[in-house]
Design a protein around this ligand. Sequence first.
Ligand code: ZN
Ligand code: FE
Length: 258
Amino acid sequence: MVSIIPIPAFRDNYIWAVRSGARAAVVDPGDAAPVLAWLDANGVDLTAILATHHHADHVGGVRALRARYDVPVFGPAHEDIPQRTHALGEGDRIAVPGIDLLLSVFDIPGHTAGHIAYYTMPPDPLVFCGDTLFAAGCGRLFEGTPGQMWSSLSKLAALDQNTRVYCGHEYTLANLRFAAAVEPQSTDIEVRTIHERDKRQRGLPTLPSTIGAERATNPFVRAALPNVRMAAAAHAGRAIDDAVDSFATLREWKNGFA
Ligand code: ZN
Ligand code: FE
C-alpha cells in the first residue's frame, strides 16, 4: 500500500513522501533537513527523488540527499535539475523505484518553461503538479505565456475529477479569498473556505485537493466560464476576447490582490 505524506519545508512548501512500508520516494525536496529527519524518525529508506521544476525551493535539497542516498533523480528534460539521472517529458512513464507505483508525465509549462507533472489514472488517481495548479489558484508566470499556462491548467483539469492534487505550497486560504472576489455569489467557494480554514486552525494541510474541487472553485481553471469572464471584464474595464485573455486578466488581477 502506498501512502502520500506531507513533509513541511520553509514557510509554506510541501515535500511529498511517497511511502510503501520502509521505503519512500520524495517529490520536490527543496530542503534536505526535514526529509532526512522524517526518514530517520520513521525508519524509512529513500529510494528516489522526483522533481517537477527547477526552482530552488523544489530541488535545493537534492545534493544533500544524494550525499547520503545513492538514488535516481527524475526531473524535467528541459530544465537544469541537480544530479538528474532520468530526463522526463510528455508521455513518459516511470516505475517509482522501491514503490509499487507507476507514474505518467505531462508537460505543463507556464510557471517555468519545462515544468512537468506526474500523474496516475483511476482507480486511485493522483497528480503531483508542483507550482502549476494550486488549491484554488495557480503559479505565477515566471517563464511562460498565459496561453501556455492556460493549456497546462486545462490539461490538469481534464484528469478524472477524483484525482488527488498534491501541489507544492500551502496557499489555499489566500487563493480562496481571491476566488471569492472573482465569484462572490459562489456557495462552493464559501463552503470550501469554511472547510479549509478549519483544517488550518487544526494545524492540518489543506492538501491534497481534488480535480473536482478545483473545477468547482478555482477561478483560473474556471476562466472560460461566462460569469468568470464577466468578472475579469468588469475588473479590466474592457471586453474579454477568449479564455486565454480571461485567464491572463485574472492572473494579473491576482498579482495585485491583497
Ligand atoms: Zn516554483
Ligand atoms: Fe515553489
